[in-house]
Design a protein around this ligand. Structure first.
Ligand code: AQP
Length: 333
């Protein structure tokens, strides 16, 4: 692993992973595994910034890890662990909290969106980006592959690192966020004006396709996907064509075909055919993932062993940076 650049990314076990998570993040984590020194994390500390039923959360954490392995994260090539198993994440967060102005956090779009939906907003929700900065900076990360929604948080991570480095001296590598060219923001299938999201999907049946959905469930969502009153099956950034554009983007991300090839393929076809073909491509993509997931979940002990081994390795990789940060701020270590 030595000379390879370090990649870190995380995913919240807040619900069922959907094709937006897959296309925007996980697919790339898997495809680029051989290129980098990879660290992937099921971020359960982030999940509880909004109340989670403890029994459901425990199941979702294992499900999240199982799905990531089933998608192709290879424990021989990548560290895959659960965030709360490595206390250094919470420890570094405290130190970084103390160099992060409140105003930076209050400006975050995700905080504004999520807090508007809560009756009572936890301090954790406001602090979410500092925890994310700690996750990334602990491993001296170079690249953070994420969907577009996380761009602002990566910029904040760089600002926090720069502020710490300038106050206390060079400590943290400045990471770069990498956003996919295709599918950086997959939109809701019921409402293409909003990002496909786990929390909306848990309330609205036809919002998203989950990675563990059966072929019938995939088709039930796709056949109701919002399109428009026109006929043209073309990529477009016009608001009125957002539904068709979203379906074509999913098709493009999953088939790897060019826009011209796809538009030629769908020329003269009806929206019904587009929906059927997008559903078929999704079903084909999910089939091997679901087979591997079902096999993996037969042996939860083996899954837990993978996660605990990786957590030990992650903890020892995080330790020198945490130690350095503690020394820099003046702690007796
Ligand atoms: N719609 C999306 N299109 C492309 N990428 C997406 N990601 C999330 N939604 C889309 C990317 O998936 C990774 C993991 O997401 P997360 O669980 O950490 O963050 P999230 O943005 O909070 O995901 P959700 O689905 O929207 O969950 P809730 O509803 O809990 O907020 C990230 O790289 C993210 O960019």
């Amino acid at each position: 692993m030595g000379s390879k650049k370090i990649v870190f990314s995380g995913i919240q076990p807040t619900g069922d992973f959907h094709i937006g998570n897959y296309i925007g993040a996980v697919k790339r984590w898997v495809a680029e595994q051989d290129l980098y020194d990879n660290i992937f994390c099921v971020v359960d500390l982030h999940a509880i910034t909004i109340y989670q039923d403890p029994k459901i959360l425990r199941g979702k954490i294992r499900q999240a890890a199982g799905v990531l392995l089933a998608c192709g994260i290879d424990p021989q090539k990548s560290l895959l662990f659960v965030q709360s198993h490595v206390p250094a994440h919470a420890e570094l967060t405290w130190i970084l909290n103390c160099v992060t102005p409140m105003g930076w956090l209050e400006r975050m779009t995700q905080y504004k969106d999520k807090s508007a939906k809560q009756e009572s907003v936890s301090t954790g929700l406001l602090d979410y980006p500092v925890l994310m900065a700690a996750d990334i900076l602990l491993y001296q990360t170079h690249y953070v592959p994420v969907g577009e929604d996380q761009k602002q948080h990566i910029e904040l991570t760089r600002d926090v690192a720069q502020r710490f480095n300038s106050l206390y001296g060079e400590t943290f590598t400045l990471p770069e966020g990498t956003i996919p060219k295709i599918g950086a923001r997959i939109m809701g299938l019921d409402d293409p004006s909003v990002k496909m999201s786990k929390s909306i999907a848990s309330d609205q049946k036809h919002h998203a396709v989950g990675l563990l959905d059966s072929p019938d469930q995939v088709w039930a969502v796709l056949k109701r996907a919002t399109t428009d009153s026109g006929k043209e099956i073309v990529f477009s950034d016009e608001t009125g064509k957002a539904g068709v554009n979203n379906l074509l983007t999913i098709y493009q991300a999953l088939t790897g075909q060019s826009q011209t090839e796809i538009e030629n393929h769908f020329q003269g076809k009806l929206y019904g055919a587009l929906k059927r073909e997008v559903a078929d491509v999704i079903i084909e993509t999910l089939k091997p993932i679901q087979e591997r997931y079902n096999a993996l979940m037969q042996d939860k002990g083996a899954l837990d062993a993978i996660l605990h081994r990786a957590a030990e390795q992650a903890a020892s990789r995080a330790a020198p940076t945490l130690q350095k940060a503690k020394e820099k701020v003046g702690f007796v270590v």
